[in-house]
Write a protein that binds this ligand. Structure first.
Ligand code: NAP
Ligand code: GLV
Length: 316
């Protein structure tokens, strides 16, 4: 049987993946071209958001392994084989990268570094008030693989960290000690109302789509900031612009957008209180991720339990 790699990867990325995968799984036949591979022999696909419909070619599949952490685009493909286990990417390197991005954004908001950058462009010398980290309430929405590492890093930096998750205290892996856990939709309004900075790390599901609409943005503490590192479809962009323009929100740091790449005419690019990143908060690193893939492929071959499986009913 063989392993097929496909999806949104440019030629240098394909080469990096093939090199890392072949080093991590020397016993497997791994290819990216169906010219040299019979689809009937493919039982594992490694996917980076392939075009909808692509996986139905494979009739012998036993594992769909996503190279991305978020599987919303895969799950939106109605032709995705329903009975084949779907695993997502969970990799410490990705979590560390996400923690770096979140810490940079929170620190920059807390210490006014985005404002100082603006002042420099205007040749303006003005010292802003300096707050202690423990004076800021930071909410991390989503206490999953990424949210927990982000929350730990922010806690270590001295912030008062809150986490929001679906289940109660006992659901899922424990939140880092020191993080105040809030659970369920009823907890969201009071959490948003007391948070100076909100970091979104929720998966995109039916429940989280358009989460930040005019109503939820109005629940936020006046002058608070939003950092979206998860998915663009969780924010109603027109409502966010209105909240920024009215002063309800002081700033937004956005890594993800409704449509990517962000159109050159989009108002976010030039907005004085929006910071744009090109969906680069935490990239999958083939060097470490290939080892994660290898562990799952070997587990499959040995009939052992697979790791990082997506619960298709929950959508993450
Ligand atoms: P994960 O391990 O699946 O964790 C998801 C967390 O969200 C869990 O704590 C879950 O609650 C919570 N959650 C889900 N639905 C909820 C709801 N309706 N209300 C409240 N909490 C809810 O996910 P992850 O690995 O941390 O990744 C999170 C997302 O980050 C990915 O899905 C992806 O979209 C995004 N991402 C972005 C980048 C980037 O570069 N921008 C990179 C990687 C990933 P429970 O704990 O109760 O289940
Ligand atoms: C990136 O956004 C990912 O889901 O891995």
């Amino acid at each position: 049987m063989s392993v097929y790699l496909c999806g949104e990867l440019d030629p240098p990325e394909v080469q990096a993946w093939l090199q890392a995968l072949r080093a991590a799984l020397p016993e497997e036949r791994i290819d990216t071209s169906l010219l040299s591979l019979d689809p009937a022999t493919v039982d594992v696909v490694l996917v980076a958001n392939p075009p909808p419909g692509q996986l139905k070619t494979f009739t012998s599949l036993r594992l769909i392994q996503s190279l991305w952490a978020g599987v919303d685009r895969l799950l939106a493909d109605r032709t995705l084989p329903a009975d084949v286990p779907l695993a997502r990417m969970v990799d410490d390197s990705m979590s560390q990268a996400m923690a770096e991005t979140a810490l940079w954004a929170v620190l920059s908001l807390h210490r006014g570094f985005f404002d100082y950058a603006q002042q420099q462009r205007e040749c303006r010398w003005a010292v802003l008030p300096q707050r202690r980290a423990d004076e800021l309430q930071v909410a991390v929405l989503g206490l999953g693989q990424l949210g927990r590492v982000v929350a730990s890093r922010l806690l270590a930096q001295g912030y008062a960290v809150h986490g929001w998750r679906q289940g109660g205290r006992s659901a899922g892996p424990a939140a880092p000690a020191g993080v105040t856990v809030h659970a369920g939709l009823t907890a969201l309004a009071p959490l948003l109302a007391c948070s100076d900075i909100v970091v979104n790390l929720l998966p995109l599901t039916d429940d989280t789509r358009d989460l930040f609409d005019a109503t939820r943005l109005a629940w936020m503490k006046p002058g608070a900031a939003l950092i979206n590192l998860a998915r663009g479809a969780q924010v109603v962009e027109a409502d966010l612009l209105a909240a920024l323009d009215s002063g309800q929100l002081s700033r937004a740091v956005l890594d993800v957008f409704q449509r990517e790449p962000l159109d050159v005419s989009h108002p976010f690019w030039a907005h004085p209180r929006v910071t744009v990143l090109p969906h680069a908060a935490a990239l999958t690193d083939p060097r470490s991720a290939a080892r994660v893939v290898a562990a799952n492929v070997r587990a499959l071959r040995r009939g052992q339990p697979l790791a990082n499986l997506v619960d298709r009913r929950r959508g993450y």
